[in-house]
Design a protein around this ligand. Structure first.
Ligand code: FA5
Length: 352
C-alpha cells in the first residue's frame, strides 16, 4: 500500500464511521468502538499498515491517522453520554435525577381560618349554616329588621347604595351587616330554627386600626319556644370559650339595636393582658379596661318575628352578630386590622 492508497483508505473508514455514528436510531457505541478502534478494528489495522510506507511519508500519515482516531473517540464518548444507544442523541444540561424544588405550601388566610373555627364551633352546638346575598334590598337589610324608613337608627350603619332598584322601587345596597340572613333563614324555614352565617359586610366608614369599610361578621339566630337571655348568655359564653379557651370571660352591657329587645353589647375579657395591665403597663388593646367589645346581641324583637310570619306569642329567640376581623386579630395577635388585607406573607403564614 502506498501513501495515496493509505489516505484513500483512511478517508473511506472515516466516511463509513460518520454514517454509522449519525444513524437514527443510534447504533450501539460499544460495537462501533470495537469495529473501528478495537485492537483488530479498521483504523487500528490501517495504522499498523503504516510500517510498509517509506519513513519520510509515514510521519504526516501517522498524524492524520491519530487525528481521525481522536475524532472518532470523541464522537463515541458523546454517543455513550447521550440518552442511550436506543434513544435520540440529545445534548442537554438537564439532570433528571436531581431532586425537585421544594415548593412553598400555601396556607389559609387568618380570616378564613377564623371563620372555619367559628363554623366548627357552631356546628358542634347544633346550628346549621345559612346564606344570603351581599347585594341586599332595603327590606331585608333594614325594614324587616324593624328599621322603619327614615328611622335615625339607619344612620348607625353608613350604607353603600347600588345603582339599581328593587321591586319596591328602592335602591339596592351592599349589606351593612349579616342580620338580613336572619330574615332570609326564617323566610325559608318554620321554627324552631338554629342557624349561623359568616360573610362579608360593607359600610362607608373611615379605615383605621380597628375599622374597615369591608369586613366580615358572624350572625347567629335561635328561635324556639321559651328562648331567653339565659340561653343567649350560655351560647355566647360557650362559643367564646371554644375560640379563646376556658379562661375567657364574657359580660353583657345594655345596648340598642332595632331588631332585638332587650339588646346588649358583649364584652370579652382581654386575652392580651387579662386584667387591663401587662408587663409594659396599660394594655394598648383594651386600653387598660381589661375588656374588649366584640358583638351585638339580644332577644329577637317581636316585630322581626312578625316580618318572618313567626307568631311572637308562641315563639321567642335570640340573635347575635360579631366582627370576625376582631376575633382574628385577637387569635393571632394582630394589632392593626389593615394587616389582614395587605397580603404580607409574614402575617398570612401564621396559619398553617
Ligand atoms: C351589628 O352589625 C348588628 N347587626 C349585630 C347584631 C346582630 C346585634 C344580632 C344584635 C343582634 P354592630 O354595628 O355593632 O352590630 O357590629 C357588630 C360587630 O361588627 C362589632 O361588634 C364589631 O366587632 C364589628 N364591626 C363593626 N363595625 C366594624 C368595622 N367598621 N370594621 C370592622 N369590624 C366592625
Amino acid at each position: 500500500m502506498n501513501a495515496t492508497e493509505w489516505k484513500e483508505k483512511l478517508s473511506a473508514i472515516r466516511g463509513s464511521f460518520s454514517v454509522s455514528i449519525e444513524k437514527k436510531p443510534a447504533e450501539n457505541p460499544e460495537a462501533l468502538e470495537l469495529h473501528y478502534l478495537g485492537r483488530k478494528g479498521e483504523l487500528a489495522l490501517l495504522l499498523r499498515d503504516l510500517k510498509d510506507i517509506p519513513l519520510e511519508e509515514r510521519k504526516p500519515l501517522g498524524a492524520l491517522g491519530n487525528a481521525a482516531k481522536q475524532e472518532m473517540e470523541a464522537k463515541l464518548a458523546e454517543l455513550k453520554g447521550s440518552a442511550g444507544a436506543a434513544g435520540p442523541v440529545v445534548k442537554s444540561d438537564l439532570d433528571l435525577t436531581l431532586p425537585g424544588w421544594p415548593y412553598p405550601k400555601g396556607s389559609l388566610h387568618p380570616l378564613t381560618h377564623t371563620m372555619n373555627r367559628l363554623a366548627e364551633g357552631f356546628l358542634k352546638l347544633g346550628f346549621t349554616m345559612s346564606d344570603g346575598p351581599l347585594i341586599e334590598d332595603d327590606y331585608h337589610n333594614f325594614e324587616a329588621l324593624n328599621f322603619p324608613p327614615f328611622h335615625p337608627a339607619r344612620d348607625m350603619q353608613d350604607t353603600f347604595y347600588v345603582d339599581a332598584k328593587d321591586q319596591a322601587g328602592k335602591f339596592m345596597l351592599l349589606r351593612t351587616h349579616t342580620s338580613p340572613v336572619q330574615i332570609r333563614a326564617m323566610e325559608k324555614q318554620e321554627p324552631p330554627i338554629r342557624v349561623f352565617h359568616t360573610g362579608r359586610v360593607f359600610r362607608s366608614e373611615a379605615v383605621d386600626a380597628s375599622h374597615s369599610f369591608a369586613f366580615h361578621q358572624i350572625e347567629g339566630l335561635y328561635v324556639d319556644k321559651g328562648v331567653s337571655m339565659a340561653d343567649l348568655k350560655w351560647t355566647v359564653d360557650a362559643f367564646m370559650k371554644d375560640l379563646f379557651g376556658s379562661g375567657v370571660k364574657t359580660r353583657f352591657n345594655p345596648s340598642y339595636f332595632p331588631f332585638v329587645e332587650p339588646g346588649a353589647e358583649v364584652d370579652m375579657s382581654c386575652v392580651f393582658c387579662k386584667g387591663g395591665h401587662n408587663s409594659a403597663g396599660r394594655c394598648p388593646v383594651c386600653k387598660g379596661t381589661g375588656w374588649l367589645e366584640v358583638m351585638g346581641a339580644g332577644l329577637v324583637h317581636p316585630n322581626v318575628l312578625k316580618s318572618a310570619k313567626y307568631d311572637p306569642e308562641k315563639w321567642s329567640g335570640f340573635a347575635f352578630g360579631a366582627g370576625i376581623e376582631r376575633f382574628a386579630m385577637l387569635l393571632y395577635g394582630i394589632s392593626d386590622m389593615r394587616m389582614l388585607y395587605e397580603n404580607d406573607l409574614r402575617v398570612l403564614k401564621q396559619v398553617q
